[in-house]
Design a protein around this ligand. Sequence first.
Ligand code: 6R9
Length: 653
Amino acid sequence: MTDSSSGQIDHVLIEDRLFPPPAEFSQQAVFSSQAQYESMYRRAAEQPEEFWRSEALEHLHWFEPFDEVCRWDPPHAEWFVHGKTNASYNCLDRHIDAGRGDRTAIIWEGEPGDERTLSYAELRSEVSKCAAGLKQLGISAGDVVSIYMPMTPELAIAMLACARIGAVHSVIFAGFSAESIADRNNDAGAKLVITADGLYRRGKVLPLKETVDEALAKSPTVEHCLVLRRVGNDDVSMTQPRDVWWHDVVDTQSDDFPAVPMDSEASLFILYTSGSTGKPKGIRHTTAGYNLWAKRTFEWVFDHREDDIFWCTADCGWITGHSYIVYGPLSAGATCLMYEGAPNFPAEDRFWELVEKYKVTILYTAPTAIRAFIKWGDEHVDKHDLSSLRLLGSVGEGINPEAWMWYHKKIGNERCPIVDTWWQTETGGIMMSPLPGITATKPGSCTRPLPGVVPVIVDETGNAVDDQHGGMLCISKPWPGMLRGIWGDEDRFVQQYWSTVPGKYLTGDNARKDSDGYYWIMGRIDDVINVSGHRLSTIEVESALCSHEAVCEAAVVGRPDELKGQAIAAFVTIRDREPDEALRQELLLHVRKQIGALAQPDDLRFTSTLPKTRSGKIMRRLLRDIASGNEVAGDTSTLEDLTVLAKLRDDEG
Ligand code: 6R9
């Protein structure tokens, strides 16, 4: 351990397992030698203009060429200045122009088991009709359209239709409340909301339109609501002339609507992320830079090949769905599986049934799902043939090494590389990840930065820390996919991301670089625990707990302590065993053995659930309040299951 007075984070967890890529994978990979990566990384860092000029010319369609690659006036970047392109053109027309319109773009399965397949040509027809429908509803370039829809092809179609006419989409995850929708509509000044008559979730129908109606009562800027018939709920109330049906306005249009040439820096979308307190931030991404970043990171990290069936299990309501269901894979001409429903409906093997049925080759999912699969038991996996899989990905949270090992053994059959991809809504696409053909992976590390990403880890004074020490992760150079702002809030943009270390992008995460140059994300800056002057990362203590076979999930937080400054409180869910005092003692001892007495939790509570965001991230902020015996403060609108807090209090009793 090190002296923590400079604000560095102590690193206590040792992980020395190493998994080189299988030879048969490397031989055919996009990146097949370390030298290829090194030279590309160097070119991107040393001659960014030249590097990105040729990337942009090769990988995007240009209606009008750009005259400058990057104009960087910190914290403002413009990429491919004065060029004109269109993200929907890059996702659709480009492939059709190249004679590949018959290729399958989207294979979709609904929760009840209905199926649809759309070729690139068919998808363009649908997108064109929707674009024409939007025009008819008075939407033009620059207008904001909120999309609150189930995971149907029409959700992707609506996004691409906005892009086609230059409207700015703001996708709102279809689990948010009326209040949250209204907040987002009002913040963005949305003119149109696209929704559906309902959404299937675990066999039930959720009344989406009702929720939207409630939101629209408080959304004065919205002029129209476009409603897709998904569940056949004809009882939905349609307020004339505001509300119109998709089948009346979209299906009747011509299927030939040309993409509008858009400025490189025209806003493509806004996506709201929860701040820890206060109102959500509308992260703004623009056209060319984002599109290029989504495409290239998809191709690099997922080693995309012609015959792949790529399945990203995220919802389009999150950035992962934007970049790796829609813009990345479609720009790359990939075939994607899109699934509407829950992973445990009708049974806990639904994902594995889908992998087997559609012969999925690349699976991209989140640690929260992996932990749920572990909890549900291996028998659900064992029922299915997963031999089509060749590559696995993880995103959203740090993946605890034991969950990584389960994913590697049980899903990957020890032959599929795992790409643990670190990135954020703000970064537009993946920033750090193994390249599956060349990177030897270490469970729990997102390994190294992609070409164009220049990370630096700093202490509280903004000075770079030495390797092996944890500190705040910043990005020192602009990259094409970076956010361009927070919608309508320039001050917050500057203050939140660019003020702590002037001129560098502050990610809000802590990280450590090891002696091989691999990065280890150590959790959010706000979650660091300070025990007797030692600053500990939540994830390391959690991973130590998770390495005990009885533990399924763990969350640790600091609570005030008179002697030590902070004490460690752990919340643990377990499997295959009844929790009791003996197990509690066993777990405490286990942590002590794994990472030392200093990191041993002072409190350890068993719980049946942990509070999570709607995208499945553990909300440590709420646990901090509970551990300290305080009322839960701050915004809880992103909490997935509001009953969790009550349950945690009950567990306490
Ligand atoms: C893509 C996405 C971003 C935050 C990020 C970090 C956490 C995401 C991670 C990871 C460790 C990974 N995070 N991927 N932490 N390892 N591979 O999730 O975007 O919803 O904006 O969240 O998620 O804390 O800062 P977003």
